[in-house]
Design a protein around this ligand. Sequence first.
Ligand code: PLP
Length: 389
Amino acid sequence: MDPVYLDHAATTPVRPEVIEAMLPFLRESWGNPSSSHRIGRGARAGLEQAKREVAEAVGVQPNQVIFTSGGTEADNLAIIGAALAAKAAGRPMHVVTTAIEHKASLAAAHAVCRLGGRETILPVDARGLVDLDALDAVLAEGPAVVSVMWVNNETGVVQPMAEIGARCRAAGVPLHTDAVQAFGKIPVDLEAVHASLCSLSGHKLGAPKGIGALIVRDRTLVESILHGGGQQFGIRPGTENVAGAVAMGCAAKLARAELDAHVEHLAMLRDDLARRLQAAIPDLHINAADSPRAPHVLSISVPGTDAESLLMHLDLAGICCSGGSACSTGAIEPSHVLVAMGVERPLALATLRFSLGHESTAADVERVATAFPDIVTRVRGLSAALGRA
Ligand SMILES: Cc1ncc(COP(=O)(O)O)c(C=O)c1O
């Protein structure tokens, strides 16, 4: 039996249409887009088309799309690049982010501190929503950038981005948003939320790994963190990954055309899965159940279990999903996102993320809903026997 893949927030399979779109840029138009000859011009045309497609998907101009190696690089370029630009303008390297960001943003903010700047980490409430009073307080200090993720990768929580953007704009502070999990799952219009910088990643929506973009709506806001040739206005030097960019453009175009139907399909499957799991396991928690959530993520915690054991049994049953914890320095640590939301440590360590994607079906939900209750019973039995529960 084929495995059930419910880990699309980690990565997605490359869509067949995307592979078809890429192939000519690997086989024929493989030139360097900076070359002026015909082979180079073919590659340049593909790159420009890809910029247009990504730009249209998020409501910006094509020359505001800077291709990167992925979401991690885009987050680093936005946060460290904004700090460096502030320093060059004689202002403090003060960056603001939140306790629930992806590690790419949190680590970039820590790197700013190592460069002599400082960071402010905004708290979230129990629903996973950013504390807007804390935001207002820090905006008064005039930081170099505020970075808030649009959709959380672990819980699916959607931040009130228009409200956050309006507050940043009123204070004259640029807003960066990590829209890696929002792109293709909710409408992303950067003008509507007043975001100046926005990180995107291709492999979360059917393009291959290793391609992403930072949308830069004002080039004075970021300084490059890489040094080399002058490609992409010098903001991200280096010969562009043309086939990757074409793939991302194609995936963005498809995602834009399919958004409404896709959202409906994902939300229906997610809600069905949640209902069935809750019916079978009455004490199961749905994390951020009362928060605005993107349709592709379902985060659950199962008291009396641990995520590692659940994942192992699910894998044996052919079901692929993720746990919320991370292994650091040999110990299993609970997710920083759940901890920031005030979830108790044992429950945080008993958390799984199911994340749906383009090719997810009702049959996938059926297989999980059928297998999971027995797995929980087995893991609980084992935990009780070991005196853990
Ligand atoms: C919210 C978020 N930001 C950034 C990233 C990093 O993206 P990439 O894997 O393209 O570096 C991820 C990937 O897990 C993510 O979910």
